[in-house]
Design a protein. Structure first.
Length: 252
């Protein structure tokens, strides 16, 4: 109950940006002491900062707008997308994560049959809507402009009800010690859930993402089943993948 309320407060701030303590108490029907504890939790996550009489949302400048990211490493993303599509078989129910790399697999799905795409990414929805051979399922939620995705408690609750055979995941950085990371808490919350409910986890990331990390870790590197990238990783990583039964795919 506490964490659901905290997530709802974060979603509320995404819309209204700045709120007074009295307003939050009224909206969520709790005492000021409870709201103060919730605010302290969100403050520790760098979601908000306290101002006189209330709180204001922190604009996370580390999150690069997806329209800018889509213009970076386009050839690499196309190669990764084609390799990822080869893992999809007829009848699969797949999750396509928000990110400029993951959506690169969608144009390669045209020959597939009876494939269902579940996604919270508006970019993925737009791409997949052009295909007449797939079933497209949107999670719903509150739209986040920088990531062009939908997040929030309704998104999480919907995803808890579905079965996913393969999840194609994005990341802002990955490393052996710090795991697979993301810049925003709301996105990380969705990714964490997907990792727990999906049969197979496929990470799609070009070589620039290796040995990088950002604010939130959503899973450890050894929790994935496939690593798809644009060139052969260093020996440290290939050895790690072999030791943890992770299949690493890259253009030969």
């Amino acid at each position: 109950m506490k964490y659901e309320r905290i997530n709802k407060i974060e979603s509320y701030l995404k819309i209204y940006k700045t709120c007074s303590l009295d307003n939050l108490c009224d909206v969520f029907n709790v005492s000021k002491n409870t709201i103060r504890r919730d605010i302290s939790e969100l403050e520790s996550r760098h979601v908000l900062r306290k101002v006189y009489g209330g709180v204001t949302l922190i604009n996370n400048d580390d999150t690069v707008h997806i329209q800018k990211r889509e213009k970076l490493h386009t050839n690499e993303k196309t190669m990764i997308g084609e390799l990822a599509s080869e893992l999809i078989v007829d009848g699969d129910i797949i999750f396509v994560d928000s990110g400029s790399t993951t959506i690169a697999l969608i144009p390669f799905l045209e020959p597939k049959q009876n494939v269902t795409i579940i996604t919270h990414s508006l970019s993925a929805i737009t791409e997949a809507s052009l295909l007449n051979n797939i079933t497209l399922v949107s999670t719903g939620g509150i739209h986040q402009q920088k990531t062009n995705s939908f997040t929030g408690i309704s998104t999480v609750n919907f995803l808890k009800t579905v079965n996913i055979t393969k999840a194609f995941m994005a990341t802002t950085g990955l490393s052996i010690d710090k795991g697979i990371t993301n810049t925003t808490y709301l996105e990380a919350e969705i990714k964490q859930l997907i990792v727990t409910i999906s049969d197979k986890i496929i990470l799609m990331a070009d070589c620039s993402k290796f040995n990088q990390s950002s604010f939130m870790r959503y899973c450890q590197l050894d929790e994935i089943n496939y690593m798809i990238t644009n060139q052969k990783p260093t020996h440290t990583y290939t050895e790690f993948f072999e030791q943890n039964n992770i299949v690493c795919l890259f253009p030969k």
